[in-house]
Design a binder for this molecule. Structure first.
Ligand code: ATR
Length: 322
């Protein structure tokens, strides 16, 4: 027996659930590109969604160095992929690489979802996924951002609070913190307090909000009043052995806070969320953000409502084993 075949046979024997039987010449592909990528829960979540929609698609993950991002997107386009998700460190780089930017990518200045579109015989651009047979050869990339909406969606549905009119303390002004701050302001938050280790970055975000969303009252520093919501958008909490909190407990108390949201989802309960729970806050972690950005991407590619329950179950099982 040919080596490749024997290896394939042995693989199928060992992992029967990973059968390749259903993949055929009509199978279409989506993928997430990142560097690194091995931690990504997106393939499990998206493949569960794809299966629930009954599509002959597969969702893969590729470790792509930023220097190769342009080539990787061009390759996926040439191979008539359905679409891509982009994660760290590609989201800003990709903005310049798209043929077309959707309003969402223009508003938030980052691309986390790419849809490949093909030109049909009438000159109309349609998603590659909309062609039942052969896909025409003239293709283009359209860049979207589903991250910002996912933050608001997850906070509002997981904590059952309305952002419009709320007062919010946001910890962190890196990439995720900036997007969250702008989205909160766009969602009608009445008062926004920004705190970041490097204060200049919080100042820069505050300045951007004042220009773009003047209705939101934005302050750099801790609130001296109770707030409806505190959000952790720093990376403090990712390491479960690090006891550090993302806020200064001498300056700010969670006792005066109704709800707390941590963008981190692994571990499920960070020190921040543990402290918030002990203080009586309603709490939620960032798994919902991951779910909603992925669900929106699947909807953009397929034109169908995403099967949230199937995606959520697969995600939970992958991340928490339950
Ligand atoms: P992401 O894209 O996930 O937001 P990032 O842009 O690197 O990643 O941002 C990381 C955030 O965590 C920043 O707000 C960072 O603070 P600085 O802007 O001062 O770097 C914050 N952060 C990381 N390590 C921290 C630490 N040890 N103490 C306090 N804040 C920290």
């Amino acid at each position: 027996m040919d080596f490749e075949l024997s290896r394939h046979f042995a693989y199928k024997q060992r992992v029967p659930e990973l059968t390749t039987a259903a993949i055929n010449a009509a199978t279409r592909y989506c993928a997430v590109l990142g560097h690194p990528i091995r931690h990504s829960a997106s393939p499990v979540m998206q493949n569960a969604g794809i299966e629930a929609l009954g599509l002959n698609w597969r969702y893969l993950a590729y470790d792509v160095h930023p220097d190769q991002l342009h080539a990787a997107i061009a390759g996926a386009k040439a191979m008539k992929f359905i679409g891509l998700n982009l994660t760290v460190p590609h989201k800003l780089l990709a903005v310049e690489m798209m043929d077309v930017l959707d309003a969402s990518a223009q508003t938030w200045g980052a691309v986390n979802t790419v849809r490949f579109e093909a030109c049909d015989t009438t000159g109309k651009w349609l998603p590659v996924g909309a062609f039942p047979g052969d896909v025409p050869d003239e293709l283009r990339t359209v860049g979207y951002n589903t991250d910002a909406d996912a933050i608001a969606h997850s906070v509002e549905s997981d904590l059952q609070l309305s952002l419009a009119g709320a007062s919010v303390l946001l910890l962190g002004a890196g990439g995720a913190g900036r997007t969250a701050a702008l989205k909160l302001a766009a969602a009608g938050v009445a008062q926004l307090f920004l705190v970041n280790r490097t204060a200049a970055k919080a100042e820069a975000v505050a300045e951007e909000i004042r220009k773009r969303f003047p209705a939101a009252a934005v302050t750099v520093g801790y609130p001296n009043q109770p707030v409806d919501l505190a959000i952790n958008a720093t990376s403090l909490g990712l390491d479960p052995n690090d006891g550090a909190l993302p806020y200064d407990p001498k300056t700010f108390s969670l006792e005066h806070t109704r709800s707390a949201y941590d963008m981190i989802y692994r571990p499920a309960e960070t020190n921040f969320l543990r402290a918030a729970r002990a203080a009586g806050c309603k709490t939620a972690n960032g798994l919902g953000m991951l779910l909603h950005q992925g669900a929106a991407a699947l909807q953009i590619w397929s034109g169908q409502p995403a099967p949230l329950e199937a995606m959520h179950t697969a995600l939970r099982q992958n991340v928490y084993g339950s």
